[in-house]
Design a protein around this ligand. Structure first.
Ligand code: PLP
Length: 345
């Protein structure tokens, strides 16, 4: 049976060039700093993001955790969006492992948080309060339809943070989707932040890995924290080799995923029984609602026909396009969604 897997861009499989690069990679012990392929990846990642240094980690979750543990001590506070991945989907790691106090404030539908709202959340010096130490942003914003944050907005948040002596960490799991969608260099989105994490294993199709980028001193400390959480990997060049192919060859093609997401949204808008705001699609993530009928049955029917996606609310579903989803896959998915919705009318 045909499968069209729209659950996430994490399901992407490495293209042949990555498997070949993995096979040929020069390796060493990266905890000793001796893996040349990891070093090459870290240098390229730092250059692309306009930072001094970079650090390969096992996942985006580990990247955010290590970065935040590096910025904050126990009892320090992180101001972050109430819809952000770090607050919702990282198993509470910053609190559990770092004793770090999350201070969630409301995200707008476009993934931003108004500057006044951030300003109001920053605590004055007072014995009653935790110390506000860090602001986290997410770009693109997963729960907010993959919305990209602009360079101007990122810059404005960084200025506000720095005025108050706070740092900014950017969860840039899909920062390359943002850069492609906005038509800007990725460094325009990353230089305002003090640190950034991005994923190699989502739209860029590498099998494993994320990278933290920042100033040299920050990355040196993060390297120690990575070891502490068990993330020091030995011949990690096998992973880094794929990351190099990802950064060198996979970024421009993200535009295809965005185009496919737009086509999906337009198609869904024409299906009776489904509701979507197609104009909200900016990158590769979209959400739609089932207006009537049993969402369980709808979901089941689509899955039975090989069209996979997540349910994210009582009547809400999420679709993510990626490398491995073709134009004919979009047509097939739309046909199945129409059939599934039609059964419930
Ligand atoms: C996927 C994702 C992460 C975490 O990545 P993993 O590699 O799955 O741990 C972090 N932030 C955002 C916004 C994500 O979408």
């Amino acid at each position: 049976m045909r499968t069209v897997d729209l659950r996430s861009d994490t399901v992407t499989l490495p293209p042949p060039a990555m498997r070949e690069a993995m096979r040929r990679a020069s390796l060493g012990d990266d905890v000793y700093g001796e893996d040349p392929t990891v070093r090459a990846l870290e240098e390229l990642a730092a250059e692309i993001t306009g930072k001094e240094a970079a650090l390969l980690v096992a996942s985006g979750t580990m990247g955010n955790l290590v970065a935040i543990l590096t910025h904050c001590g126990r009892g320090d506070e992180v101001i972050l969006g109430d819809q952000c991945h770090t607050f919702l989907y990282e198993a509470g790691g910053i609190a559990a492992l770092g004793g770090i106090h999350p201070h969630p404030i409301r995200n707008e539908p476009d993934g931003t948080i108004p500057l006044e709202r951030i300003g109001a959340a920053i605590r004055p010096g007072n014995v009653h309060f935790p110390r506000s130490r860090l602001i986290c942003l997410e770009n693109t914003h997963n729960r907010c339809w993959g919305s990209p944050l602009s360079p101007e907005y990122t810059q404005a948040v960084a200025e506000l943070a720095h005025q108050h002596g706070l740092a900014v960490h950017l969860d840039g799991a899909r920062i390359f989707n943002a850069a492609v969608a906005l038509g800007v260099e990725v460094r325009e989105l990353t230089t305002p932040a003090d640190s950034v994490t991005f994923c190699l294993s989502k739209g860029l199709a590498a099998p494993v890995g994320s990278v933290i980028c920042g100033e040299r001193g920050f990355i040196e400390e993060a390297r120690r924290v990575r070891k502490m959480v068990g993330g020091g990997m030995r011949q990690a060049g096998i992973i880094a080799a794929c990351g190099l192919v990802a950064l060198r060859t996979m970024i421009p093609r993200l535009a295809e995923d965005h185009e496919n997401a737009r086509l999906l949204a337009q198609g869904i808008a024409d299906i009776e029984g489904l509701e979507i705001e197609p104009d909200r699609v900016r990158t590769n993530i979209l959400y739609f609602d089932l207006v009537r009928g049993d969402p369980e049955a709808f979901h089941y029917w689509a899955r039975a026909k090989g069209v996979l996606f997540h349910r994210t609310g009582p009547r809400r579903f999420r679709l993510v396009t990626h490398y491995g989803i073709t134009r004919p896959d979009i047509d097939y998915a739309l046909a199945i969604l129409a059939e599934a919705a039609g059964k419930l009318l």
